[in-house]
Design a protein around this ligand. Structure first.
Ligand code: KG4
Ligand code: ZN
Length: 334
């Protein structure tokens, strides 16, 4: 079919999203309904509440996405859905909706990996060239993924404890900032005149893995010691120290990986790609090393269904369909 129209569904965490994508490239609609205001008062995503909200929203969002695309259900070639990783109850809502549609319309169902989605968000705005290296940074992920060819994923490094976004959110919480705290820390850091020095976790010399729990503990130690001594905490300087440590490690390892694996491009993906310090530092380092850097617009970096449609398009082209027995897999590997 010349016109491959995918209706994609994403419900792995706290965003209910449905998109309609043409030929893996053109976004006809991409509706995202965030639950952040609901989870905010709990200081994090409450899985049971997330599932219920997805159930309430999914059909409404689906109707809206279809309407905005200007198409009808009869124009859809395949249904894509996030299979994992994510919260199992949240994933199930999207999967049940996807199966129902695929069965009723008698069209292919395509289970998709959430991280493949974050990476292929780049294909919606640019041309990916292989081999390329993706730095995936979000509330649940911190990974360096090598793509040797289209649709082939090789994890070369990952966090051994907290994800970057998670570390940001925990540090923000310790500073009594709202959830999710990443953007607040980012802003605080940019206002700081100095940085409180904090450790960098390089791990083994040849490792592309990351670790952020030690850094988080170091931040908490500074907060506690300052309090115990009765001193006033320079929160901006602490935020900047934390951000500098995170960015230096991420950027250094990403560029080292690009070199070692001969990647033609570096792709920055996931919600933490919103971080101004990280973007600026990556841009400068990539420019200095003549490495093309791709960063999708922010609306495609945070969780959305368009990216799932883009990743699913690769499978649709190859006829890699899922059965109606597709299962949610919270720990799905790439
Ligand atoms: O990709 P995303 O929307 O959801 C997940 O799949 O996790 O990422 C959300 C994460 C949160 O942890 C949030 O604090 C973080 O991205 N984040 C930021 C910034 N904006 C969002 N972290 C640091 N700096 C930012 N400007
Ligand atoms: Zn995500």
């Amino acid at each position: 079919k010349a016109n491959r129209i995918i209706l994609a569904i994403e419900t792995s965490c706290d965003e209910t999203s449905v998109a309609v994508i043409r030929n893996g490239k053109q976004i006809l609609s991409n509706v995202v309904s965030s639950q952040i205001d609901i989870h905010e008062r709990f200081g994090g995503v409450v899985p049971e509440i997330a599932s219920r909200k997805h159930v309430e929203s999914i059909t409404v969002i689906m109707e809206q996405a279809l309407k905005e695309s200007g198409l009808t259900l009869n124009d859809i070639s395949a249904i894509a859905v996030t299979q994992g990783p994510g919260l199992v109850g949240a994933l199930l809502v999207g999967i049940v909706a996807a199966k129902t549609l695929a069965m009723a319309l008698d069209i292919p169902l395509i289970g998709t990996h959430h991280i493949a989605g974050h990476i292929y968000a780049n294909e919606l705005v640019a041309e990916m060239e292989y081999p390329c290296m993706a730095l995936v940074v979000s509330g649940g992920h911190t990974e360096l993924v090598l793509l040797e060819s289209e649709g082939s994923f090789r994890m070369v490094g990952r966090t051994r404890d907290d994800a970057v976004g998670e570390a940001y959110d925990k540090v923000a919480r310790a500073l009594h900032l709202p959830y999710p705290g990443g953007p607040y820390i980012d802003r605080l850091a940019s206002e700081a005149e100095e940085a409180i020095p904090l450790p960098r976790a390089w791990l083994e010399a040849d490792s592309y893995d990351f670790s952020f729990s030690g850094l988080k503990s170091a931040v908490l130690a500074v907060i506690n010691q300052t309090k115990m001594k009765g001193l006033e905490l320079n929160e901006a300087a602490l935020a900047r120290g934390f951000q500098e440590s995170v960015i230096e490690v991420l950027v250094t390892k990403a560029l080292r990986a690009v070199k070692q694996f001969g990647a033609k491009q570096l792709l920055l993906c996931g919600g933490v790609a919103a971080n101004r310090g990280l973007r600026a530092s990556l841009q400068a380092k990539c420019e200095a090393n003549q490495v093309p850097l791709l960063i999708p617009p922010l609306s495609l970096c945070t969780d959305n269904a368009a990216m799932i449609g883009a990743a699913a398009n690769l499978k649709l082209k190859r006829g890699q369909y899922s059965g109606l027995d597709l299962k949610a897999d919270p720990g799905l590997s790439l």
